[in-house]
Ligand binder design. Structure first.
Ligand SMILES: [Zn+2]
Length: 318
């Protein structure tokens, strides 16, 4: 009866699995996100195979470079690592897996800032957005289906959309992140940083939305949708369930993704390790709450485990 009256069902088709592919080819556990591993390029093919077989439709690709440079131009070099990843995965999986590309300057610049800044620390929106557009074209050429700009600077969606269209990639979608400022991103920063010093960041309040200010968040969403975003990612999920619903209500025709971020994942991992709480029950409960809030897609580090569990349950019922 419970199943019969359910208006929604969480399935593996709702999930997107984020993967970290290392240029140095080393594969080991990510210390800030226990249970998740860095992958070599070859290793990523294996994991993507498993992802596709579990019925998960998409992966979010993070490339971890060996070295970065002052202006991030390493992103545009011929034979650059990110292009290699997309070429490889596109060739292996053809249409069986949607490849989403995270596009942000911090993946390429030595200072690991998400945006370019002036000497006085002012965010240079136009310059940043123009560069993001160039990176997007490189990834689309290599085989990315979706570009996910993460810098949250004004104009990024507009620049990326027009750069893609001009290069003939009208069918490549733009899925923009809209984030509230959050300490829950920290394990991800630790996973992505290549420098020995902890990652600094430009005063994040300049571009991430104030957690308590729903109007500011919706303004960012309006801006991105107005600039041509095809999809929106609300991030983090746990602290923004109400915002997922608001975005859904304001833009019923636009697919909404929610990102259960690294800190949410690490929190649950640690809690279950330290207590007798059942991890599977916990991640299904949280993912279900995100879906109920209105997310059409959920990015989660639990994607593989959740898909396995959901498939087993379905088989048991059948
Ligand atoms: Zn960034």
């Amino acid at each position: 009866m419970i199943r019969l009256v359910r208006p929604l069902e969480l399935t593996s088709s709702d999930l997107i699995y984020p993967i970290f592919v290392r240029q140095d080819g080393k594969s080991f556990e990510i210390s800030s996100m226990k249970g998740q591993n860095y992958l070599s390029l070859e290793g990523s093919v294996k994991v993507c195979q498993e992802t596709a077989e579990l019925g998960i439709p998409a992966v979010m690709v993070y490339g971890v470079l060996q070295s970065k440079d002052s202006d991030g131009s390493v992103a545009l070099e011929k034979g650059n690592f990110h292009a290699k990843i997309f070429k490889k995965l596109r060739k292996e999986f053809n249409d069986d897996l949607v490849l989403i590309s995270n596009v942000c300057l911090c993946d390429y610049t030595a200072e690991e800032y998400c945006v370019y800044t002036s000497e006085k620390g002012k965010v240079l929106n136009e310059r940043t957005a123009e560069m993001l557009g160039k990176i997007a074209v490189v990834h689309a050429e290599a085989g990315a289906d979706v570009i996910a700009p993460a810098a949250m600077c004004d104009g990024q969606v507009r620049h990326i959309r027009s750069a893609l269209d001009e290069a003939g990639f009208e069918d490549v979608s733009v899925m923009s992140y809209v984030k509230t400022d959050s300490v829950l991103f920290q394990p991800y920063f630790e996973a992505m940083t290549v420098s020995d010093t902890p990652r600094r960041s430009v005063d994040s309040s300049k571009f991430r939305s104030d957690i308590i200010n729903e109007k500011m968040f919706m303004q960012k969403v309006d801006l991105d949708v107005g600039e041509g975003a095809d999809m929106v990612i609300v991030k983090p999920a746990l602290t923004n369930l109400d915002l997922i619903l608001r975005v859904k209500q304001r833009y019923p025709a636009i697919p909404i993704a929610a990102y259960q971020v690294s800190g949410e994942y690490a929190m649950m991992k640690m809690l279950c390790k330290q207590s007798h709480m059942d991890e599977k029950t916990l991640f299904i409960e949280t993912l279900s709450s995100i879906k109920r809030a209105g997310a059409d897609m959920i990015l989660t580090y639990y994607a593989l485990e959740a898909a396995k569990l959901l498939t087993e349950r379905k088989q048991r019922i059948a």
